[in-house]
Design a protein around this ligand. Structure first.
Ligand SMILES: [Zn+2]
Length: 343
């Protein structure tokens, strides 16, 4: 069953704004994306007066603490889970690949690798197994191998010195080497003085949150901008208020971007009062406090351009988010794997 979605305007990705556009979905993939005059016919036609864009990707969630169905209905068609009990989350991740799954596509890190007694082993949000306590560099490398075999999308490391001990430098080096050998990136929860510097030094690929516990030096940010990207998660530092933590995070993020660094959208859904689905306030913070243009924000919120052969995950909004990002809260249609899930 193929589906054609016809709209007055579509944003397929950076620099690709098309008026009188159509997308044709077939077998869960995009078969056509371009001007509607040239679009092939389809079994079903959906004409919507709105703004079409790729589905939103949230790169930092704890999906077991949320309702996957509500996440999808809220416009988020893919998520990355950054810490949960491995057997449980990898099973859910496999199930989510089915186009009929009532939720977003879920990619997962599995547990957070940590030191014995380290974060999040004593955290109330984290069931037993959410933290994997390491017993030396060899064990660390073996755990990475295990997780890679189970289908981990990324490896998560806990560098939270405010909540307990952290893995040693030797363990970090072993984790990064083993992960990169398996083609997996390493993301780090960094909290406490000097931990961001350790992450950069160890060759870690990503900060799972914008560093918020200290002002990072320009020198460190220049170095980080070359080798790492940052998952934003700004709103969890203040939930709509302006706090010193939020100010520190935004200052670090602005200078990271000035140094050429890449920022992607993530909310840490499951942590506090973050709504399921697109979190408009996170997008607005990126625009207003980090000074990203609306188009830069949309790029950060999507996996890449909507293109032929790619997953048929798309949204139609009631108005143009390039003019007003608040439009991200005005969802008209959500399509996942070529299937309309709302609208
Ligand atoms: Zn998290």
């Amino acid at each position: 069953m193929s589906l054609k979605v016809k709209v007055p305007v579509a944003w397929f990705g950076q620099g690709a704004l098309v008026h009188h556009a159509a997308v044709v979905c077939e077998g869960g993939r995009v078969a056509y994306a371009g001007p509607s005059v040239a679009a092939p016919s389809a079994d079903e036609l959906l004409e919507v007066d709105g703004f079409l864009m790729p589905g939103v990707v949230d790169r930092h969630v704890h999906i077991r603490l949320a309702d996957p169905g509500a996440v999808l209905l809220g416009g988020v068609t893919a998520v990355r889970d950054l810490a949960w009990v491995p057997d449980e989350i990898f099973e859910l991740s496999s199930a989510s690949e089915l186009p009929t799954f009532t939720g977003p596509v879920i990619r997962a890190a599995g547990p957070m690798l940590t030191a014995p007694g380290g974060y999040p082993t004593a955290s109330s949000w984290a069931p037993r197994g959410t933290g994997r306590e390491l017993a030396g560099p060899e064990d660390a490398a073996a755990v990475v191998g295990e997780l890679a075999d189970q289908g981990a999308a990324t490896i998560k490391v806990s560098l939270n010195s405010e909540a307990g001990p952290t893995p040693s430098d030797a363990e970090l080096a072993a984790i990064v080497m083993a992960a990169h050998e398996r083609g997996l990136p390493v993301t780090a929860h960094v909290q406490g003085h000097g931990q961001a510097e350790r992450a950069v030094g160890a060759g870690i690929d990503e900060f799972a949150h914008t560093p918020w516990t200290e002002r990072l030096s320009d020198l460190l940010l220049v170095s980080a901008a070359r080798s790492m990207r940052i998952v934003s998660t700004l709103d969890i530092f203040s939930f709509g208020e302006v706090t010193p933590d939020l100010r520190t995070a935004c200052d670090n993020l602005v200078r990271f971007r000035e140094a050429g660094g890449t920022v992607v959208y993530g909310t840490d859904l499951g942590n506090g009062a973050i709504p399921a689905g697109i979190h408009v306030r996170e997008a607005l913070l990126l625009h207003e406090a980090v000074r990203m243009s609306p188009e830069e924000v949309l790029v950060a919120m999507t996996a890449g351009p909507l293109a032929v052969g790619g997953p048929a995950d798309l949204l139609v909004l009631g108005s143009d988010p390039l003019l007003r990002l608040e439009a991200l809260g005005d969802l008209r249609v959500v399509v996942r794997s070529g299937r309309v899930v709302s609208g």
